[in-house]
Design a protein around this ligand. Structure first.
Ligand code: ATP
Length: 354
């Protein structure tokens, strides 16, 4: 089922939580709503679910206006971070709850409900926990049961609000990969709220980056990371270094290196810009390479990881973050306190003064 949100506005007292938000989610897509605390992610999700009403705008489910559709008729499953399981019910009773409260004329027989619970437990790979109580499960297992409970009514849309927010990093990572596989198997349309950029970039087909009640950018993980639409998106999706300089015919001229200016001809009519460069777009060498090389001192090295992260301080007193491969690190054999030269390979975002 596709979902379309058109020009949604939502105000709480005088505060605009959502300001003209529009978004189209295709059938079967997995979408991440990503943004800092208070950016309006949960409010948007709750409006789609029917738990909150918008002041203005439209919600279309498969092209049909959903405004007057009751929550139970929207065919939506929810999983919330704090949407606790019923403590006094076993896991099996929790999963079957939604099926047992359905109107009599569509309610499944006891046997069919039992079979369905078994099938769902198998789907979330927890076949053996049906008779346990929620308190006898780990946090990750509880979230998977919450997912099974949401899926029992066979929703066409799955809405997840920070579903793994309360779990530790390792379990979070496992569950998000599991959610991706799970989503692909079920071909369900899913939206999940997160403030964790890594989670959004790793799992989603497309990421909706929100800020102060509006959408900053909608794009694939690759697009939002490598081609950010604004400085906000750029900063929110990872570390970045800021330089002042000019770009002429694709060539960089950083302001610090006066020597370049003569080679670039007359640059006085070319406006300087803020140049945002990600840590992996900077090269490190022992000798100056190219005109833009900046003499820097190594302040800190983080060797734990698939790449090596360095904090440096330039001769102009600026802090830089650089990321190089383990192989580059082995060749350079860098140590803390030594002088190196940093040179930009590329620029992620160029901001010109108006
Ligand atoms: P978080 O990541 O912290 O959950 P969020 O991006 O999901 O944040 P929302 O929960 O949608 O943000 O809230 C957006 C803004 O609307 C916040 O400033 C919040 O205080 C406000 N808000 C949300 N619900 C209400 C409410 N029921 N009454 C008043 N203000 C509200």
């Amino acid at each position: 089922m596709s979902i379309e949100v058109k020009h949604i506005v939502k105000t709480f007292d005088a505060f605009k939580a959502l300001d003209d938000v529009s978004l189209k989610v295709q059938t079967g897509e997995l979408i991440a709503l990503l943004g800092p605390s208070g950016s309006g992610k949960t409010t948007l999700l709750r409006i789609i679910a029917g738990l909150e009403t918008a002041d203005a705008g439209e919600i279309l489910f498969q092209g049909n206006d959903a405004k007057d559709k009751k929550i139970k008729d929207r065919n939506v499953g929810f999983v919330f971070q704090h949407y606790a399981l019923f403590r006094h019910m076993t896991v099996a009773e929790n999963i079957s709850f939604g099926l047992k409260v359905q109107p009599k004329h569509i309610r499944l027989s006891e046997d069919k409900i039992k079979a369905k619970v078994k099938e769902l437990l198998h789907l979330v790979q927890l076949d053996w926990v049906g008779n346990r109580y929620p308190s006898q499960l780990s946090g990750g297992q509880r979230q998977r049961i919450a997912l099974a409970r949401a899926l029992a009514i066979e929703p066409k849309v799955l809405l997840l609000d920070e579903p793994f927010g309360s779990l530790d990093a390792q379990v979070r990572k496992e569950l998000r990969q599991w959610l991706r596989r799970f989503h692909d198997d079920l071909h369900i349309t899913s939206l999940f709220v997160t403030h964790d950029q890594e989670e959004a970039l790793e799992v989603a087909d497309r990421v909706v980056v929100m800020n102060q009640g509006h959408i900053e950018q909608i794009g694939t993980p690759q697009e939002v990371y490598h081609k950010p639409a604004s400085v906000f998106v750029l900063n929110f999706l990872g570390n970045v270094n800021l330089f002042r300089g000019r770009v002429i015919d694709g060539k960089l001229f950083l302001d610090h290196s006066g020597a370049n200016l003569s080679q670039g001809g007359d640059l006085s009519n070319i406006k300087p810009a803020n140049l945002y460069i990600r840590p992996h777009q900077l090269d490190i060498s022992r000798h100056p390479q190219g005109d833009n090389a900046i003499k820097s001192i190594v302040k800190f090295l983080n060797l734990a990881g698939s790449s090596v992260k360095l904090d440096l301080s330039t001769e102009f007193g600026n802090e830089l973050q650089v990321e190089i491969t383990q192989q580059e690190y082995s060749q350079l054999k860098l140590i803390k306190g030594e002088n190196v030269f940093v040179c930009p390979k590329d620029v992620t975002f160029c901001e010109y003064e108006i």
